[in-house]
Write a protein that binds this ligand. Structure first.
Ligand SMILES: Cc1cc2nc3c(=O)[nH]c(=O)nc-3n(C[C@H](O)[C@H](O)[C@H](O)COP(=O)(O)O)c2cc1C
Length: 302
């Protein structure tokens, strides 16, 4: 979970409990520092996640220090020598990542939280991806995973593992802002939108806040003008310094037309709780307690 929502505390706790914890931060020094901090907490394998539209060569070099590199969103291509897993949302993307040499794929269903690549329920997509790829090729299922029955269903359907984001977002080790956590605990529904797309005009699943109430009265994707501005802002975003994105996030209000994709972290600007994206998957309605990550790994294990 990017933008620093999942750092060394959460990744190490998940790995130490028997899962594969994933660090998701931007910048080569942050990646190296988080990985070193997680290594100090666990000797078990760790993953680093990189978003292809933003990752620069030095980020891949730093991420190569992890046991697994997970990539998302963009043309799948091997950039690190170790174990490489690509998250995909369609059969076409899955076959492209397989051809590019990915060691395994995460199949993401439309019910997932955060940025959503999948356009079909996860189990349906898994079945189609499985049929398109060689027998035994490892597929992991993401989206809709919040308890051990969900994991059991994923395994029965042929996944070799399940991926959970939202469930771990509501954990003691998550770096979500306390106001974000409170809203996650109260949420009963989610919205698939393109509203928080400054610099990255991609669909994402969130729960409601002041910004969604302000802008999403008609089309849940967001007003046409906001989406056009998002697309324009993306042209320079790749080369823009991270500090610009941070300044935009700090200044944004629920009524701002350009809304950054940065999530509300416990050490980030508090305005993002009402003016930023509160990413969450459809499982959020079944989550009513902040729990330690180790307890969650045990509760997810069939
Ligand atoms: C808060 C949040 C942030 C996310 N950020 C990323 C990210 O940076 N990179 C990525 O590959 N996936 C990201 N995802 C998507 C997850 O990889 C995964 O597909 C999703 O969490 C699965 O659905 P679930 O949240 O319902 O468990 C994010 C998900 C959430 C909830």
């Amino acid at each position: 979970m990017g933008g620093g929502l999942s750092r060394h505390e959460l990744a190490a706790a998940v790995s130490e409990a028997g899962g594969l914890g994933t660090i998701a931060v931007g910048g080569e020094s942050a990646i190296a520092a988080e990985l070193a901090a997680a290594r100090a907490l666990t000797a078990r394998p760790l993953a680093v996640n990189l978003l292809l539209p933003f990752a620069r060569p030095a980020w891949f070099e730093a991420a190569a220090g992890a046991d697994v590199v997970v990539t998302f969103w963009g043309r799948p291509k091997r950039r690190t020598p170790g174990v490489w897993v690509h998250q995909c949302g369609s059969v076409a993307e899955a076959t492209a990542a397989h051809r590019a040499g990915a060691d395994a794929l995460i199949v993401q269903g439309v019910e997932a939280g955060g940025h959503v690549r999948g356009d079909a329920p996860g189990l349906d997509l898994l079945e189609r991806v499985k049929a398109a790829l060689p027998d035994g090729y490892p597929l992991l299922l993401a989206g809709g995973i919040a308890d051990r029955d969900d994991v059991a269903r994923a395994l029965e359907a042929g996944a070799c593992a399940a991926v959970a984001g939202t469930r771990f977002l509501v954990s003691e080790e998550s770096r979500a802002h306390p106001g974000y956590l409170a809203r996650l605990l109260a949420a009963e529904s989610t919205i698939l939108t393109e509203l928080f797309g400054a610099g990255w005009p991609a669909p994402h699943r969130v729960i409601a806040n002041a910004a969604t109430r302000h802008w999403l009265r008609g089309d849940s994707r967001g007003p046409v003008l906001n989406r056009a501005l998002n697309r324009l802002s993306a042209l320079g975003a790749r080369r823009a310094p991270a500090s610009l994105q941070a300044r935009l996030a700090l200044a944004q209000r629920p009524g701002s037309r350009l809304l950054s994709p940065l999530g509300a972290t416990d050490d980030g600007p508090g305005n993002l709780v009402e003016a930023g994206p509160l990413y969450a998957g459809e499982t959020v309605r079944r989550i009513d307690r902040v729990r330690p990550a180790a307890e969650l790994v045990a509760a997810l294990t069939p």
